[in-house]
Design a protein around this ligand. Structure first.
Ligand SMILES: *Cc1c(COP(=O)(O)O)cnc(C)c1O
Length: 423
């Protein structure tokens, strides 16, 4: 069995858990993973997360810790910080946030008081929960005001953003999102933020890898603070970073520790450093551009098959399909695709008439398949599989889904995934 070969100690100590890990490895190897926030990390990143750095407590920052024994840890964190500054061209980087949501919370802590107004993109329009949406702490402890997209183009309505900013005078403006298939105009947001004296936080969680690889414009110098996860297109471990101008460094650092967190996860910091080294290599530029080329090719192939895409296509790694005209709810389609070995998530589309737990769309993306080396020549086949699965879902044709699942597994076997044990 592959799991006993790749994880001998785990298999001996806890066969039950080892079997689950082995099954997950098999699932990630056999399926076509289209969730745009997911990826495959390299074996090197994976190894870094499993090191003895796990064993250390290091509250504070390099050179000013509350614990002794930091001879190596300080250097690990400094490497990660310096690489982040170089890759993104920023003056300051904090690599300690545990994940994207706490990173955003730290930005609130640094630049707003409870009850203050913040302006962010509405969740059903493509924004993130932590941009002031009601069910999130950010929408209950702060006064979240939300902008959206234009009904005709599904593009951000900058007239609305400017009007809301002038009227509401937010302390913080968030830009970026989780279901935005188009380029974020950081310059336009920066201009509005400066006019109303708000702090602009560019949340680049989804597109950090594209920015690092030059396949999406950078928020530098328009944003005051840049928040990102490290595990999406950046292809690092689960974690996050806050980057800023030097003038905001103190506020950002103080908010992360001691404001919000205790000890940093040093094994994660190490893996972030490894991922940033990979992101600085010329091959990562090729990767980022290939992610976008694949998404555009996939969008074209879906349009040719009569699918409606939010905003009509994509500029980045993500495609949002509105299934209304296909008369298949997003959740039904997503579950059928899963049975066909194609992993997506159901998603609201802007102005969705259906409920968030049963919306009209599915969200797909190309970071993972690009990490496995699939190119634009394969995107018509991916679109065909999606189309056949959606049609099978409409007809309740389970046999068709089983056939597709076999075809998917066969193709994926020809594109071994980074980080996974080879059979
Ligand atoms: C994924 C994401 C986050 C949150 O990251 P977690 O690590 O899941 O907490 C925040 N903002 C945006 C835009 C995201 O896409």
């Amino acid at each position: 069995m592959s799991q006993s070969l790749s994880h001998p100690a785990l298999s001996a100590a806890d066969p039950e858990l080892a079997a689950l890990v082995g099954a997950e490895e098999q699932l990630q190897a056999d399926t076509l993973r289209l969730i745009p926030s997911e990826n495959y990390v390299s074996a090197a990143v994976l190894e870094a997360t499993g090191t003895v750095l796990q064993n250390k407590y290091s509250e504070g920052y390099a050179g000013r810790r509350y614990y002794e024994g930091q001879q190596n840890i300080d250097q690990v964190e400094t490497l990660a910080v310096e690489r982040a500054k170089a890759v993104f061209g920023v003056e300051h980087a904090n690599v300690q946030p545990y994940s994207g949501s706490p990173a955003n919370l730290a930005a609130y802590l640094a630049f707003a008081e409870p009850g203050d107004t913040v302006l962010g993109m509405a969740l059903p329009m493509g924004g993130h929960l932590t941009h002031g949406w009601g069910v999130s702490a950010t929408g209950t402890w702060f006064r979240g005001v939300q902008y959206g997209v234009r009904p005709d183009s599904a593009l951000i309505d900058f007239d609305e953003v400017r009007d809301l900013a002038r009227k509401e005078r937010p302390k913080i403006i968030f830009c970026g999102g989780t279901a935005v298939p188009r380029t974020i105009d950081f310059a336009a947001f920066g201009e509005i933020a400066r006019e109303v004296d708000a702090v602009l936080v560019a949340d680049i969680a989804h597109i950090a890898g594209l920015i690092a690889g030059g396949a999406h414009p950078s928020p530098v110098p328009h944003a005051d603070v840049i928040s990102t996860t490290t595990h999406k297109t950046l292809r690092g471990p689960r974690g996050a970073m806050l980057m800023s101008r030097a003038s905001h460094a103190k506020a950002v650092d103080k908010a992360v520790f001691p404001g919000l967190q205790g000890g940093p996860h040093n094994h994660t910091t190490a893996a972030i450093a490894v991922a940033l080294r990979e992101a600085a290599a010329p091959s990562f530029r090729d990767y980022a551009h290939a992610v976008v080329a694949n998404a555009k090719a996939l969008a074209e192939a879906l349009l040719a098959r009569g699918y409606d895409l939010v905003s009509g296509g994509t500029d980045n790694h993500l495609v949002l399909i509105d299934l209304t005209s296909k008369e298949v709810p997003g959740k039904v389609a997503a579950k059928a695709l899963d049975r066909a070995g194609i992993v997506v998530n159901y998603n609201t589309v802007p102005f969705d008439p259906r409920k968030p737990f049963d919306p009209s769309g599915i969200r797909i993306g190309t970071p993972s398949l690009t990490s496995r080396g699939l190119g634009t020549d394969r995107m018509p086949l991916v679109a065909e599989w999606i189309d056949r699965s959606v049609q099978a879902a409409a007809k309740g044709d389970e046999d068709a889904l089983t056939v597709i699942r076999g075809e998917v597994a066969e193709l994926m076997a020809a594109y071994p995934a980074p980080g996974l044990p080879t059979a």
